[in-house]
Design a protein around this ligand. Structure first.
Ligand SMILES: Nc1nc2c(ncn2[C@@H]2O[C@H](COP(=O)(O)OP(=O)(O)OP(=O)(O)O)[C@@H](O)[C@H]2O)c(=O)[nH]1
Length: 627
């Protein structure tokens, strides 16, 4: 099992990985590890002595000073104990490999790095700065310093205040809360002893988020500044404000000490002396002071980490599963070389084509509607053709007479018949074209649906649009071809009439064998009616034929072609495209790319966290020993 020390180191490493890979809690819709990691967070009102406590724990001057809100980004301070005699140095996560041995430069870098993220606007940012300090004078511990709680935005440039006067005060509170609300957060609540503790910002917040006081370490600063004759024994002995952990009293450097450049080691000594010689606190001396606080915190942090480790491990495993599932849903990232890209595009086109065919052949709905055109729409349209009008007695007479001209027909009005038939057949063009159009729109709709149903294409809006355009262009061509063919079939009916039909017509029996009466009859109503009815039956016969042949032509020219060669032209064009153009086709939806990237990064974080934990929990497996 891992040593206590290595557990803190492990969590330190995971914390750093969190920052590198963009996990600092918050609502990115991704599982967060940052929030599950136990940490010690320093909270307190402005000037309560937070920076002083931190510096005292580290034993170094390194935090920015100034008036107003100086800490504007969380500072994750990771302390690593090194062997006696080794040089102390600081190292920032954002400047790996640069060792800061001059701690005034550490201070400057914190300031500069804060400004880099927030600009000079004095805004605050939740993105933490990571600072590791390696020193023989520290204990292994991680502390997070947050902006001081404040009621008024002191030190913020008026120009900034003009826009959002309240905002920064609230933003700080929201940020601090987001840390201390986590059940894994150990709260180091700093309260100055020379103020009314009941109104201490830190204690008020801690009471709210940790009413039982199990996560809170109360720290009382400025004990040396209390009015003469008063002391904080009631608080330090846990009577006034009971917490689960004992209160720790601290005496930091005063402003005057800082001015005089009293170093931290001297100040620690001074603090020890203060407690040892104090008539009020002498009996508590061994449990007071910043060094003691550091040790207690380190020990507590270790035990909390140990207790939480199983939970963290199962969270990591669960998150890895979730992220892997999401990533497989989002699909692989796109290949970079042209050959692989072309292959991907063809695969995607095939996936679409498969679905499109399923719609036509059955398995998916839609193909049945094509039959609906042939079964309902076309017969209905044929039935509605205005042959009654065209073959009315009046029109028959008119057409026949006009065809006869000055010489009325003698036996049968050959020309009249032809004109009447031609005129009638012309009407078939309408239903023929309408069938072609109806099937065209159905196919277009099926293309649209198939694109929408092709999961693999979802990521590629550009390729979707290109496939839609190519399919639409192909369908347009098929429509033209189909129109030509169906209309040609109508024209063919006009070009040669079925001779047999007319030969088989019952001959007009000349009643009573009276030639005179027969010639008179030829111009009588019944004669024209007969002609009309003959033409009507002929047209009926043609209509039956077309009702069967138009669907054949439509299927042949449109449906069959769509199934066989919808994207053929597109494939030819694809073959001519260069790498860059292919890449453009595989332009993914930017939101999706972003999401995949986030998931990949987060997955990387969880996997490295799992490895970190495995290596401390099962060190023997990675370094097998012969037995
Ligand atoms: N005499 C004395 N002065 C202290 C003590 N602790 C802090 N101070 C002084 O109080 C002032 C504020 O201390 P800081 O440590 O800067 O307080 P802070 O909470 O970090 O302040 P902000 O970062 O501005 O919110 C400084 O001048 C310190 O020297 C203490 O225990 N005794």
């Amino acid at each position: 099992m891992a040593t206590m020390e290595s557990l803190i180191v492990t969590v330190n490493r995971i914390q750093r990985a969190c920052t590198v890979l963009g996990d600092h809690g918050g609502d990115t819709n991704l599982p967060t590890l940052w929030e599950a990691l136990p940490s010690v967070v320093v909270v307190g009102g402005q000037s309560s002595g937070k920076s002083s406590v931190l510096e005292s724990i580290v034993g170094r001057d390194f935090l920015p000073r100034g008036s107003g809100i100086v800490t504007r980004r969380p500072l994750v301070l990771q302390l690593h104990k090194t062997e006696r005699g080794l040089q102390e140095y600081g190292e920032f996560l954002h400047l790996p490999k640069k060792k800061f041995t001059d701690f005034s430069m550490v201070r400057k870098e914190i300031q500069d790095e804060t400004d880099r993220m927030t600009g000079k606007s004095k805004q605050i940012s939740p993105v933490p700065i990571h600072l590791s300090i390696y020193s023989p004078n520290v204990v292994n511990l991680t502390l997070i310093d947050l902006p001081g709680l404040t009621k008024v935005a002191v030190g913020i440039p008026p120009a900034f205040l003009l826009g959002q006067p309240e905002s920064i005060v609230q933003d700080i509170e929201i940020m601090v809360r987001s840390y201390v609300e986590k059940p894994n957060c150990i709260i180091l609540a700093i309260t100055p002893a020379n103020q009314d503790i009941a109104t201490s910002d830190a204690m008020k917040l801690s009471r709210e988020v940790d009413p039982t006081g199990e996560r809170t370490f109360g720290v009382l600063t400025k004990l040396d500044l209390m009015d003469k004759g008063t002391n904080a024994i009631d608080v330090l002995e846990g009577r006034a404000y009971p917490l689960q952990h004992p209160w720790v009293g601290i005496v930091n450097r005063s402003q005057a000490d800082i001015k005089k450049n009293v170093d931290m080691i001297a100040s620690r000594r001074k603090e020890r002396e203060f407690f040892a010689s104090s008539p009020d606190y002498g009996h508590l001396a061994s449990k007071m002071g910043s060094e003691y606080l550091a040790k207690v915190l380190s020990k507590h942090l270790e035990s909390v980490i140990r207790a939480r480790l199983p939970g963290i491990t199962s969270l990591i495993n669960k998150s890895i599963e979730e992220l892997e599932a999401e990533l497989s849903h989002l699909g692989r990232s796109v290949a970079v070389d042209a050959g692989a890209q072309l292959y991907t595009i063809l695969e995607l086109c095939r996936a679409f084509d498969r679905i499109f065919k399923e719609h036509l052949d059955g398995g998916r709905p839609g193909g049945d509607r094509v039959y609906g055109v042939f079964d309902h729409q076309l017969p209905a349209a044929l039935r509605k053709l205005p042959f009654d009008r065209h073959l009315s007695l009046q029109n028959v007479r008119k057409v026949v007479s006009e065809a006869d001209g000055y010489q009325p027909h003698l036996i049968a009005p050959e020309q009249g018949y032809r004109r009447l038939i031609d005129g009638a057949l012309n009407y078939f063009r309408g239903p023929a074209e309408a069938s072609v159009d109806a099937v065209h729109f159905l196919l277009k709709e099926l293309v649209r649906r198939s694109i929408a149903e092709t999961q693999e294409l979802k990521r590629f809006p550009t390729l979707q649009a290109e496939i839609a355009a190519a399919a639409s262009e192909a369908l347009e061509r098929f429509r033209e071809e189909s129109k030509k063919t169906t209309l040609r079939m109508v024209d063919m009916e006009s070009s040669y009439l079925t001779v047999d039909f007319f030969r088989k017509l019952p001959q007009e029996v000349e009643k009573g064998g009276n030639p005179t009466s027969s010639s008179v009859d030829r111009y009588a109503e019944s004669h024209f009616r007969k002609i009309g009815s003959n033409v009507f039956s002929y047209v009926g016969m043609v209509s039956d034929t077309l009702r069967n042949t138009i669907p054949k032509a439509v299927v042949y020219c449109q449906v069959r072609e769509a199934k066989q060669s919808l994207l053929d032209h597109f494939y030819i064009q694809l073959g001519k495209k260069e790498g860059k153009q292919l890449a453009q086709l595989l332009d993914e939806d930017p939101a999706l790319m972003e999401r995949r990237q986030q998931c990949v990064k987060r997955l990387e974080l969880y996997k490295s966290a799992r490895d970190e934990i495995d290596s401390v929990l099962w060190p023997d497996e990675t370094h097998p020993t012969a037995c």
